[in-house]
Write a protein that binds this ligand. Structure first.
Ligand SMILES: Cc1ncc(COP(=O)(O)O)c(C=O)c1O
Length: 460
């Protein structure tokens, strides 16, 4: 090699032998910009609306880093800021600091979870963390799991495995059941799986937003009469609008009796099952065949971080393995790309592992309990004479002034949301039971009682 080539300057890629001082100074500068953004959250509010925002696109000649830093600063100054204490709209809390570092490590490693030979340590780490979660929720030794980019994909991995393991892949009449309050990702899963509305059976919910068991039984009987085979029943552990938990114990008994796969969508509430918090239903999650857990939600593990845990890891292998003819496999380790839909995947499990190692179960308890306390304080003090309130046992609450019809609810929720944004509170505006609500999600650790009192003052 010429001297020139050996004396690599880490302009495009990290140097394999030099000091990497260019990379080092860029990382320092980036850290400074990010920390300033966090520290100045109040300047911009949670949702700095700029509908004229545009980015400049790459040109023939590359930009210099000073120009790029100005663009980064502009980009983030106009971004949704989950660190702001008024950020209460969605299930997207501030990023856990240790998981920000995990993302940096994962990006730097640039390993690929597709195959053991592309990510030997991370393959072991992902397998271990899935087993750790499985043990925590009470699955047996043959359990395991796979990470995926979000709850939608974890749910899809589960339903594909359920259908495959029921031997119903080519049955056009095979169905699965979810409650009417289940997440819209199941409609998407149904479409992706080549099914139509006849294959997705919607079960009614009761007044608490939980799956109605009588309606579930009625639907199962109807399927049996019509000779439709059920490949899965989905119980939701934390519904999106009000955080309700379906009656997991009874649903699991029905599934066991009928030999139907029970999938739990624990995208919101699944994480509570590794804490010491007691909430009805949590102690039966180990009766499921599969469960989705999304540490990217309340724990603040940076996106994306979702796991599908299964009671028997062979169910995933049987469903997804194709063989990877271009990879040198090692009999002692599974290639993780053989356990789910995704092929190439980043080493995002590092940020989950680092985050959990740093928090410990006591830190997890602290984050979850503080969210429940904030929600309870808000619910206790929201005017009961004025509002219809929907909220289950978790950290989510939806509300609407009493007696409003759809049109009135549309304008009240739109106007109130816009007013709240001016006051630096961002709430979401879901449509539920044919009316528009405001929803607050109390997963933001930065929101104090003072902030909640101010929000209540405006609403009440
Ligand atoms: C209950 C539930 N399930 C699934 C999902 C989908 O998760 P993701 O957005 O990570 O795909 C969500 C998202 O909020 C959810 O609330």
């Amino acid at each position: 090699m010429t001297e020139d080539l050996i004396n690599n300057k880490d302009i495009y890629f990290p140097s394999y032998s030099g000091l990497n001082d260019n990379l080092f100074s860029l990382l320092n500068k980036t850290s400074q910009i990010i920390c300033d953004w966090f520290s100045n959250a109040d300047k911009f509010g949670p949702f700095p609306i700029d509908e004229n925002f545009t980015c400049t696109m790459p040109e023939n000649k590359g930009s210099n880093t000073d120009d790029l830093f100005s663009e980064i600063e502009l980009l983030i100054s106009k971004s949704f800021n989950p660190v702001h204490p008024g950020s209460l709209a969605h299930l997207d809390p501030p990023p856990l600091i240790l998981s920000i570092l995990g993302d940096l490590v994962a990006a730097s490693l640039n390993n690929n979870l597709l195959a053991y030979e592309l990510s030997p340590t991370i393959t072991t780490l992902e397998e271990s963390i899935c087993k750790w979660f499985s043990a925590k929720i009470g699955f047996s030794k043959c359990s395991g799991g796979i990470a995926a980019s979000g709850g939608t994909l974890s749910n899809l991995n589960a339903l594909i495995a359920a259908r495959h393991n029921a031997g119903l892949n080519s049955d056009p009449d095979a169905v699965f059941l979810v409650s009417e309050d289940a997440h819209s990702s199941f409609i998407k899963c149904n479409k992706i799986m080549g099914l139509d509305e006849n294959n997705l059976i919607i079960v009614e919910t009761d007044k608490h937003g939980c799956m109605d068991l009588n309606d579930l039984k009625k639907n199962i009987d109807k399927c049996e009469k019509e000779k439709k085979k059920i490949f899965a029943i989905v119980a939701t552990l934390g519904t999106t609008i009000m955080g309700a938990i379906d009656p997991i114990k009874t649903i699991s008994e029905i599934c066991k009796e009928k030999a139907i796969w029970l999938h739990i969508d624990g995208s919101i509430g699944g994480i509570y099952s590794i804490s010491n918090i007691t909430i009805e239903g949590l102690d039966y999650v180990n009766c499921a065949d599969s469960i989705t857990v999304n540490p990217q939600k309340i724990l603040g593990i940076t996106k994306t971080s979702s796991l599908l845990l299964v009671s028997n890891i062979d169910t995933l292998k049987n469903t997804f393995a194709t063989g990877l003819p271009y990879v040198a496999s090692n009999n002692n380790f599974s290639d993780r790309g053989e356990l789910g839909i995704q092929g190439s995947r980043p080493a995002e499990v590092i940020k989950l592992w680092l985050g959990l190692k740093f928090l410990g179960i006591s830190g997890v308890n602290d984050i979850l309990n503080s969210a429940l306390d904030r929600k309870a304080f808000f619910e206790r003090n929201l005017c009961k004479n004025k509002f219809v309130i929907y909220s289950g046992p978790l950290h989510i609450i939806s509300f609407l002034p009493k007696g409003m019809e759809i049109n009135e609810s549309y304008s009240w929720s739109e106007e109130t949301r816009a007013y709240l944004i001016k006051k630096n509170f961002m709430l979401s505006r879901p449509k539920y039971k044919n009316k528009y609500f405001l929803r607050a999600v109390f997963g933001n650790y930065n929101t104090s009682t003072t902030h909640i009192k101010e929000l209540l003052r405006i609403l009440n």
